[in-house]
Design a binder for this molecule. Structure first.
Ligand SMILES: Cc1ncc(COP(=O)(O)O)c(C=O)c1O
Length: 421
């Protein structure tokens, strides 16, 4: 339902009559949010698929595996038990908080208590609430780029100012302390750190995690560390938690994590914030007025996931690793594509700069957005352009899809892009 005559969002120009608040249909704050480019690509690909087109999607950031049976079974049991038909405390079931504390010690070596934990509606709400809790208007957040597309929007919604710090393929998409220090100002409050990274799959080596953590500590900054891909690393690489390698940082560090990627549970919507109890208490107050508790049955499923072993993620990791090697070697066969080998998550982030401005199927894309459109329309393959992650000239491809589809999709790209004039 829209009223076509009313003005849209935005401020009037000098010649226009003033727009009354009631005529501003959408607040300036919300009107400034960009649509999630990753979800938009996924939606476009799904719509084309529903229309009968044989689209292969490399857009979605979710494992293609079902949630393991024992987790589903725990949810079925909970759904049959009226206790789970009620609200839980806004901050989450006590048993789930205990499980998160135990899991954090087991996997990261970080000590915490249940008072340090807030259970959120996925990692995304955790990011949003953590930033809303940490930032005052004008506070700057150092944001290594390429960054996950949600971060800058969540920072701005919290009144903060994202300060991208760009790393390219030559550095393996890893920012250095020198770059971070150059971007720091008296207004800097938070460093947002994500390893393994979405969108690049880059994993910071332990020494570099320590170096960055020590620098943040000495600079008196807070660190928000997103560890959602912690278990998805390949070739013997590990992704240590920053407060585990720099324990003194823990009183100024907020961890974001969740079950989505480790247990193929994207649809269940369970994540968490783990940090200093005063910050977590404030974030819990926010959540208590915004969404209250995460679905009770989903929390029961998360308890089963976190108290079980990591066998399911071991199986997924083996499949992702195989696909990772296939996609990297096939992309590298395409002239004009430079594809570093990612060491974590399930994304590759090739540079396509050398393809821009060249003729492809009668068109001449000059940006990675345009190139992604040509690839979708001509090869029926969905990829996400680097503009979504703060670095034009790249594409992100998720390899969380079946092996046959992966080979078919990249073969189509090879045929299309191999013809570039
Ligand atoms: C880096 C990163 N953090 C957090 C999330 C949030 O995951 P969810 O909200 O599904 O738990 C995602 C999902 O794509 C992500 O890539």
């Amino acid at each position: 339902m829209t009223a076509p005559t009313a003005p849209g969002p935005g401020t009037p120009g000098p010649q226009q009559p003033p727009v009354s608040p009631a005529d501003r249909r959408v607040s300036r704050r919300i009107a400034s949010i960009a649509e999630s480019a990753t979800l938009a690509v996924d939606a476009k690909a799904k719509a084309l698929k529903a229309a009968g087109k044989p689209v292969i999607g490399f857009g979605a950031g979710e494992p293609d595996f079902p949630t393991p049976d024992y987790i589903v079974e725990a949810a079925v049991q909970a759904a049959r038990n009226p206790t789970y038909h009620r609200y839980t405390p806004a901050g989450g079931l006590p048993a789930l908080k205990e499980a998160i504390v135990a899991k954090t010690l087991r996997d990261s070596g970080v000590q915490a208590t249940p008072a340090d934990v807030l259970v959120t509606n996925g990692g995304k709400q955790a990011v949003y609430e953590a930033l809303a809790t940490m930032l005052d208007p004008g506070d700057e957040v150092l944001l290594p780029a390429p960054y996950w597309t949600t971060y800058p929007e969540a920072i701005r919604l919290a009144g903060g100012v994202p300060v991208p710090v760009v790393a390219d393929e030559q550095s393996g998409y890893l920012v250095s302390v020198r770059q971070l220090e150059a971007a720091r100002t008296p207004r800097t409050k938070v460093l947002l750190f994500c390893s393994p990274s979405n969108p690049t799959g880059a994993v910071y080596p332990p020494e570099q995690v320590e170096e960055i953590g020590r620098w943040a500590l000495e600079a008196g900054l807070w660190v928000l560390t997103d560890e959602i891909y912690e278990h998805l690393t390949y070739g013997g690489v590990t992704a240590p938690s920053m407060p585990a390698v720099v324990p003194e940082l823990q009183s100024r560090c907020v961890i974001v994590n969740g079950v989505a990627k480790t247990y193929a549970m994207t649809g269940w919507r369970v994540g968490w914030i783990l940090g200093p109890s005063d910050v977590v208490k404030a974030a819990t107050n926010l959540q208590s007025h915004a969404t209250s508790n995460v679905a009770n049955v989903s929390q029961a499923a998360a308890i089963a996931a976190l108290t079980g072993d990591l066998a399911a993620v071991d199986t997924m990791r083996a499949a992702f690793d195989r696909r990772r090697q296939t996609i990297v070697s096939m992309l590298r066969e395409i002239p004009g594509i430079a594809c570093p080998e990612p060491q974590g998550a399930f994304y590759v982030y090739p540079s396509v700069k050398a393809l821009l401005g060249r003729e492809i199927a009668g068109r001449t894309p000059t940006s990675s957005v345009e190139l992604a459109e040509v690839i979708l329309e001509e090869a029926e393959v969905a990829v996400v352009p680097g503009e979504a992650f703060g670095t034009p000239g790249y594409l992100r491809l998720s390899y969380a899809l079946g092996d046959d589809d992966l080979v078919e999709g990249i073969s189509r790209m090879q045929r299309l892009l191999g013809s570039a004039g």
